[in-house]
Design a binder for this molecule. Structure first.
Ligand code: GRF
Length: 185
């Protein structure tokens, strides 16, 4: 059984989808750690329900990214983490995590990359008048949403309601993340 760490910053619906799939044996894996960089994030309430161990921290308490990334990597070593799944983690992964866990870190992004990188992908795509939206899962490297693509799924939407695009996209995200993790492990 593979050992997964999920990183999140906010809502955590993708964390919950992964934890649920593990609990229901739809994934031959266990979420052994949830890493959260926002101490009040809603994902922490979800983690309580599943009993997932949590590493929560505030980046502003550390002088350098390498300081808190070392703590994260040490904890992941102890827990023998096989795969890191970023799920709404709103930070660039730094040198420490890339050197120790590179090639084992994946991210989910709400656009058909390489279009619309960054934190406002859906809003930018709606603004552009996009008609075919999508979700991308990719390997994480030092660039913003730039690593090699593992999986993508598209859907059509003709309108200007970005909330609706988020809603449609998340339904796909929760399925595609589980399918992709299954293939990888
Ligand atoms: C998702 O839309 C994901 O694509 C992006 O951040 C969002 C996280 O949603 N990277 P949630 O916190 O898992 O609900």
């Amino acid at each position: 059984m593979k050992r997964i760490a999920v990183f999140a910053s906010g809502n955590g619906s993708n964390y919950e989808a992964i934890a649920t799939a593990c609990a229901n044996h739809n994934l031959d894996a266990e979420v052994v750690l949830l890493v959260v960089d926002k101490p009040g994030a809603y994902v922490l309430q979800r983690a309580e329900k599943f009993g997932t161990p949590v590493l929560a921290f505030s980046p502003k308490d550390y002088a350098f990214k390498s300081d808190y990334e070392t703590i994260i990597a040490d904890r992941m070593d102890e827990l023998k983490v096989d795969l890191v799944c970023l799920a709404g983690y709103m930070r660039i992964i730094g040198d420490v995590l890339l050197s120790r866990y590179g090639g084992r870190i994946i991210n989910i992004h709400p656009s058909l990359l390489p279009a619309f990188r960054g934190a406002h992908a859906v809003e930018q795509a709606v603004e552009y008048g996009v008609k075919v939206y999508g979700i991308t899962i990719h390997w994480v490297d030092a660039t913003l949403d730039g690593g090699k693509i593992i999986a993508q799924r598209a859907f059509e939407y003709d309108g200007n309601d970005s909330e609706e695009v988020h809603r449609l996209g998340q339904i796909i995200e929760h399925q595609l993340y589980i399918e992709t993790i299954n293939k990888l492990i």
